[in-house]
Design a protein. Structure first.
Length: 278
């Protein structure tokens, strides 16, 4: 009876430990399938919208960006206040009423995620958030769109591998049936309060990707900035996903290493018990 209880105790410990270790892998897979389903639905809904409506929406977004740059975020006059209001912001680039304003693709680190309005917790748990005080991600001179994402979440990768990006790498923004290409030209780390690094630069078309760093400590912010370059589909197709970092490899194989360890330990203990019985 004692041996039976001991055996079931081992099985229970093994099952619980294995499930805990496996959760990030399974959770990430489920989340990714969900994100791809959302993007697929978003694309289908977007295809139903006529070109004239798309162009009108892009023009409104560009007007928002122009007003943002001219006022530097300070509401001056009723017209500017109306254009930059919360109501106006939430309505822009929301043609499908899903809250999704576009998508971001980073082929090198296998990222393909929806972009949502705002950076609230519920947004950042399911995709990439647009930082409201920054330009909307539609391109144009004197714009800087800031897109933020978590890393290290147990249920989703999101921007976990953003630190693997290097200068010269590409990422792509799709919005209103347009694809914008950006080439990374600056990678820096800042303290959370150093927001001056996110200011719009005159005549430049920039997008900055932001996540927490160092991994698991999160005392600083990693800023990966890309400058707009002409979009060529051939460039996008030629980019091959890079091999994950050692950190990602270790986290991936950890559940299986745990399983092998417990199995080997159990076998050795059984052999030891049989030896004593003999």
């Amino acid at each position: 009876m004692k041996k039976l209880k001991k055996r079931w105790g081992r099985i229970l410990v093994f099952a619980i430990g294995f499930c805990i270790c496996l959760y990030p892998l399974v959770g990430s897979l489920i989340q990714r399938v969900g994100q791809q389903s959302l993007l697929s639905t978003y694309e289908k809904e977007e295809e139903k919208i006529d070109t004239e409506t798309m162009e009108s929406e892009l023009e409104k977004a560009r007007e928002y960006n122009s007003t943002l740059y001219q006022t530097q975020g300070v509401y001056v006059g009723d017209e500017a206040a109306s254009i930059l209001s919360d109501e106006s912001y939430e309505s822009l680039l929301n043609l499908t009423d899903s809250g999704i304003m576009g998508r971001i693709e980073i082929p090198k680190i296998n990222v393909d995620l929806p972009i949502y309005h705002g950076t609230e917790d519920d947004v950042l748990s399911k995709g990439i958030g647009h930082f409201k005080p920054s330009s909307l991600p539609v391109g144009g001179k004197s714009t800087r769109s800031v897109l933020t994402g978590h890393r290290g979440l147990p249920s989703s990768k999101l921007f976990t591998r953003l630190d693997e990006m290097e200068e010269g790498d590409y990422f792509f923004i799709e919005v209103c049936n347009e694809t914008l290409a950006y080439k990374v030209n600056e990678i820096i780390e800042i303290k959370p309060e150093e927001l001056s690094q996110l200011q719009i630069e005159p005549d430049k078309d920039l997008v900055t990707l932001v996540t927490c760093t160092p991994y698991g400590i999160n005392t600083h912010r990693l800023l990966v900035t890309g400058e707009r370059v002409p979009y060529k589909e051939s460039i996008k197709e030629e980019i091959q996903p890079s091999f994950p970092s050692w950190r990602e490899i270790i986290f991936t194989i950890l559940p299986f290493a745990f399983m092998v360890f417990v199995i080997v330990k159990t076998i050795l203990e059984k052999r030891k018990e049989k030896k004593y019985e003999a």
